[in-house]
Write a protein that binds this ligand. Structure first.
Ligand code: FES
Length: 149
């Protein structure tokens, strides 16, 4: 494993803990948890008509997942909210469009140091705008996420 991959995976673990997944014993994680955190096995759905779909069952045991849509420049953080709705944040820095990394408190940019909380609000600049929230909808047993071109 490359150092960068190790750090990326480690940050994902920290983010999941910060987002309320600490109650889950890592040793007892379901395969989807491992998939969400492991770079090589990350959820990577096909992009069809500028959207992706993921099974709702993924959220049965873990409320947050990072997905990497195939042939799409950015990852997306998807979290099931306590009210049963879903929130999808585009992990694209609003400063100069760098891919963000999960951090202990949300997401961080390694280009100029901006940080965002798990809701996507800026907690440290130079970025001034919150993360883009992607539109979601439910179709049968899947969550559809509309991507931004
Ligand atoms: S591109 Fe993220 S802080 Fe500049």
């Amino acid at each position: 494993m490359q150092r960068r991959d190790f750090l990326k995976d480690s940050c994902r673990i920290c983010m999941l803990g910060a987002m309320g997944a600490t109650a889950i014993n890592i040793a007892g994680c379901s395969p989807s948890v491992g998939n969400a955190m492991a770079g090589n096995n990350a959820l990577s759905p096909e992009v069809i008509d500028n959207s992706v779909q993921i099974p709702l069952s993924l959220f049965d045991k873990l409320p947050v997942h990072i997905i990497s849509p195939k042939k799409y420049a950015y990852e997306v953080a998807v979290e099931k909210q306590p009210d049963g709705t879903y929130k999808a944040l585009l992990l694209k820095c609003t400063h100069f469009a760098n891919q963000l990394q999960p951090s202990a408190t949300g997401f961080s940019c390694n280009l100029h140091g901006s940080r965002f909380n798990k809701e996507g609000s800026v907690i440290k600049g130079p970025a001034a705008q919150p993360l883009k929230q992607l539109q979601t909808s439910i179709s049968q047993q899947n969550l559809l996420i509309s991507l931004i071109k």
